[in-house]
Design a protein around this ligand. Sequence first.
Ligand code: PLP
Length: 230
Amino acid sequence: MTSIRDNLAEIQEKIHTAAANCGRNPADITLVGVSKKHGTEKMHQAIDAGLTDLGENYIQEAVDKIDAIGRQAARWHFIGHLQSNKARFAVQYFDLIHTVDKLKLAKEIDKQAKKIEKRQKILLQVNIAEEETKSGAGAHEVIDLAGEVMKFEHLELHGLMCMPPYFDDPEHARPYFRHLAKIREQMLDAGVDKNAMTHLSMGMSHDFSVAIQEGATLVRVGTAIFGTRS
Ligand SMILES: *Cc1c(COP(=O)(O)O)cnc(C)c1O
């Protein structure tokens, strides 16, 4: 079994290669280690090996683990489906929430952020393949949602996130990544502030190199760092 340190080194090398192959600066790409369903020991190992950003999917699990590890020990990314009644915890514990997909949720996050005088950084999740089973705003709705979200005083929009269907061949995910990048371009053309569109969160263990070629700035990698989830 390879160590987490070795896995991280290998992934960072792949990030560098993918960036170099398309003329991008690897420093513009942040590796988010997805630690859902893995214990705090492995997370400590990853942090000790230099991982700065961790992603979690489930609020209760995340709260317990972040309390154990320390709020300041990493930048914390919430990447799971967020229910409005858990928004309070997401705001307390997470630096960036990737999965805002409805006005109602945005409103609740704003309200909770106001209570603790925080400006909560968020991304808008796009249901890029229009899958019934997945959350995310529709590609045609997300521009309007961005406009609404930017009116909230305690929200800070930083970009877009997507999770295409799983394909054995990562090349098949490319059109979806490209589509998300295109939506970003359309938003910029429509006058959305560049600072509100700095990030594209896309790419997982098996397809992050393709996502980087299509413009990803945040790649969310779980299995390739921490191993399979039980
Ligand atoms: C679990 C998860 C990941 C990581 O997936 P791996 O295939 O283990 O790299 C990334 N993004 C989201 C939204 C996830 O739920």
